[in-house]
Design a protein around this ligand. Structure first.
Ligand SMILES: [Zn+2]
Length: 227
């Protein structure tokens, strides 16, 4: 237990460091940079222009068949991007269905659309385990998502003085969060140190907790990860 790795739940730039278990995010058509064996594959709402959804779904299915593809994502809804909402919704609904069908966790990108995302999750025939990544909202929004059974993943917002992310992380249940660097130039160990400071525990405690949360996440093949 003492040697739990740092888990970087969502990154676009893996470090390749041996003491970090990193999940490299691949958007549709992207290939891994080869620094980490583990990844997620998704349809990011920023990159949907001109997309052929059946082709994107085949790409996703190919990846989800791999045991090294630990999650579907990122995928979701973004009110501030140019892709039409109907297209975003159609792509996201495919992702929800595929994640539920394959039993893989769904990593969600959500900007100003928390109610809509929850509605799509609730109306799906089967609801996948869902993690809202890059979380930077107030405890009230977090409570709504936690009540719906979702997880939250935190990164750069924990360092921003004007973000409520630190308040949310301080107050939330220990068994429902992850940590990440996303597309930022951050060292994951720094994010763990910040999380430890916020929750008033030591970094080792955060490492144990996040590793435990990861082990308990349905759909993650822990035997493969050596956790
Ligand atoms: Zn991302």
């Amino acid at each position: 237990m003492f040697n739990d790795p740092y888990i970087n739940f969502h990154t676009h730039h893996p470090s390749g460091s041996p003491d970090v278990l990193e999940i490299e995010n691949l958007n549709f058509g992207q290939q891994s940079g080869g620094k980490t064996p583990f990844y997620s594959a998704g349809l990011h709402p920023w990159f949907l222009a001109g997309i052929d959804l059946p082709e994107a779904e085949s790409w996703l299915r190919r990846h989800l068949a791999s045991s090294h593809c630990l999650a579907l994502g990122e995928a979701g809804l973004d009110k501030l991007t140019t892709a039409p909402q109907a297209l975003q919704s159609a792509a996201f609904q495919r992702c929800i269905r595929l994640a539920a069908e394959t039993g893989k966790p769904l990593v969600i990108h959500c900007v100003r659309a928390f109610n809509e995302v929850l509605q799509l999750l609730e109306k799906a025939p089967a609801k996948p385990v869902s993690i809202f990544h890059g979380f930077d909202k107030h405890p009230q929004t977090a409570a709504m998502l936690l009540d719906a059974g979702c997880f939250l993943s935190f990164g750069a917002a924990l360092f921003r003085a004007n973000s409520p992310a630190a308040d949310t992380l301080r107050q939330m249940p220990a068994d429902r969060f992850f940590l990440e660097t996303d597309d930022k130039d951050l060292n994951i160990s720094t994010v763990y140190e910040r999380a430890a400071e916020i929750r008033g525990v030591d970094t080792e405690n955060i490492r144990r907790q996040v590793a435990q949360n990861f082990r308990n996440l349905p759909g993650v093949g822990v035997s493969l990860l050596g956790l």
